[in-house]
Design a binder for this molecule. Structure first.
Ligand code: CTP
Length: 397
């Protein structure tokens, strides 16, 4: 969804309140959203709310000078025009090519694909006239997201509810934005830190946010892979959106989760900042402040990447990360060999805009045959795209 341009048409239906959630989800997923409302949609939801959430002005009036001159360009700007909710009245107008408001003018001039999520009462939905109009829209090449069954505004229970916003987002992703490059491939991504407990309230951890691994998981998913994201404790608020999420806390839990999934995986990318040491003993009760100094004995955690490298079979692609502060390239090459990986993605803490917590990263990819690929500082989503492009180019082209 990152960077996709979505033109959202909202019509007069009680389901318009769900458009508020829909816009939030689309924007959160990285889409650029522009909104057109029919005049009657304003009775159900406020343009101010929608323009605040979409960070764009909301267009309503056909005769507003700016909107009128824009209506052709809007349909050309968008990757997809989504009408949600689509009322019974607007279905009929769209099916007959009527043009008495801005939304309809944009629809008729749109060169992008059009998809609609109808919403109405059950009897209206099942009326032959509605069926006829929906069939007409489909025959024009428009796509219809099926209505859902449930409680209706009339108090009745049945067909006619607009699809839930998360289902609409999923529909857009699957039908318009996912590429099939990694279809039928299974992928594992690790992300975030691990926390190693000292006692019930304290732990040893690190500043990893999980952003890089999350961006990689989303990118793999957008290429059609079946993705499992094994995530250490994170403060990130995110929706996994099609990615299977396994939450872990300690290095040992991450090891077990990876071992569990690795045999099946075609691609494994270890972006997690796994703790290298863990306390030998974890106190059952809170450690009290008695002594002036205390020593805590630590032992090495299992090196997950190395263990996976030892199990790796032909055809499996294994990618590690290296976060270094000095002798970056030497250490990256060492890790490539010692951990038997196909690629090591190096990020150096000496590069500004790279590393923990940032929204950007600067990487160099080392390949086991000796090739080196250098990249500029980019957003973590763009870095994820570079990593997956490289994997596809090297192993699946
Ligand atoms: N890694 C791992 N298990 C560990 C430690 C690290 O799987 N117990 C993985 C990380 O996810 C990363 C790669 O190994 O993909 C390199 O991690 P890094 O911390 O840079 O290297 P280490 O092997 O831990 O070595 P050092 O800390 O000495 O640089």
């Amino acid at each position: 969804m990152q960077g996709k341009k979505i033109l959202l048409g909202i019509t007069g239906s009680i389901a318009a309140y769900k458009s508020v959630y829909l816009v939030r989800m689309l924007v959160k997923a990285g889409a650029e959203v522009k909104i057109i409302m029919t005049p009657s949609a304003k009775d159900f939801v406020s343009p101010l709310t929608l323009s605040t959430l979409s960070r764009n002005p909301v267009l309503v009036d056909l005769f507003d000078e700016q909107s009128w001159s824009n209506h052709v360009m809007l349909g050309r700007w968008a990757d997809v025009m989504l009408v949600a909710p689509l009322s019974c009245n607007t279905i009929a107008k769209m099916a007959n090519g009527q043009c008495d408001n801005l939304l309809l003018a944009v629809y008729l001039s749109a060169t992008c694909p059009v998809v609609a999520a109808p919403a109405m009462d059950e009897d209206m939905w099942h009326h032959p006239a509605t069926k006829f109009n929906v069939a007409r829209l489909t025959s024009f090449g428009n796509k219809i997201i099926p209505v859902e069954k449930g409680d209706l505004a009339s108090g009745l229970h049945g067909d006619g509810r607009m699809a839930e916003p998360e289902n609409i987002v999923k529909y857009l992703e699957t039908n318009f934005f996912l590429t099939g490059q990694l279809k039928d491939k299974k992928a594992i991504v690790t992300a975030g830190p691990t926390y190693e407990p000292l006692d019930p309230v304290r732990f040893i951890g690190n500043h990893s946010s999980g952003k890089m691994g999350l961006a990689i998981a989303k990118e793999l998913y957008s290429r059609g892979a079946d993705v499992t994201l094994i995530m250490g404790p994170t403060h990130l608020s995110f929706s996994a959106n099609g990615v299977s999420l396994v939450n872990v806390t300690t290095a040992d839990e991450m090891y077990n989760a990876c071992m569990d999934k690795f045999e099946e995986a075609d691609i494994t990318i270890m972006a997690a900042a796994v703790a290298d040491y863990t306390p030998i003993n974890t106190a059952d009760e809170k450690i009290k402040k008695k002594e002036n100094s205390i020593s805590i004995e630590l032992t090495k955690t299992k090196d997950i990447l190395k263990a996976l490298g030892a199990k790796k079979k032909n055809g499996q692609v294994l990618v590690g990360f290296a976060l270094e502060t000095n002798n970056e390239e030497i250490y990256a090459n060492q890790k490539l060999k010692e951990k038997n990986t196909d690629l090591i993605v190096l990020n150096s803490l000496n590069d500004s805009g790279a590393g923990f917590g940032h929204d950007t990263n600067k990487i160099t990819i080392f390949e086991k045959g000796g090739q080196v690929f250098r990249f500029e500082t980019k957003s973590k989503q763009a870095v994820a795209k570079d990593i997956i492009d490289k994997i596809i180019q090297l192993y699946y082209a």
